[in-house]
Design a protein around this ligand. Structure first.
Ligand SMILES: [Zn+2]
Length: 119
């Protein structure tokens, strides 16, 4: 399943963050992970969440809640940078240039919150 490998690479990123803070008296556990999912990314948010729930225990992220933020596709004209409607014509009305996808094509780790122990 496509979503499982995406979740695994997300957890790899979290491992990297955790390693960087290791040994410091901060950040004991990740408590929240926010991921932006582009409408054009081909990722199914429900499957992504299911994969996350299945993987996080084995990777010691049981305390980390997953927040998914859906990001709509944003198409722009490559010449004048004005936005070209996702539903409308595929070319810019002014420049006659084919639109390009500027946002909403991928999946990004947006925010990570870590628990700081009481001192
Ligand atoms: Zn244009």
């Amino acid at each position: 399943m496509h979503e499982v490998s995406l979740v695994e690479s997300l957890l790899d990123q979290l491992d990297g963050l955790r390693d960087r803070t290791a040994g410091r008296p901060t950040a004991t556990a990740v408590c929240l992970v926010r991921v932006r999912v582009g409408a054009g990314s081909g990722v199914e948010p429900t499957l992504f969440r299911t994969a996350y729930e299945a993987c996080r225990g084995a990777r010691e992220y049981t305390a980390a809640k997953l927040e998914l933020v859906l990001e709509p596709e944003r198409w722009v004209c490559p010449l004048c940078q004005s936005s070209v409607g996702a539903e409308g014509p595929l070319d810019c009305a002014d420049c006659d240039a084919a639109r390009v996808l500027r946002a909403g094509a991928g999946i990004f780790l947006d925010r990570v919150e870590m628990e700081v122990p009481d001192v």
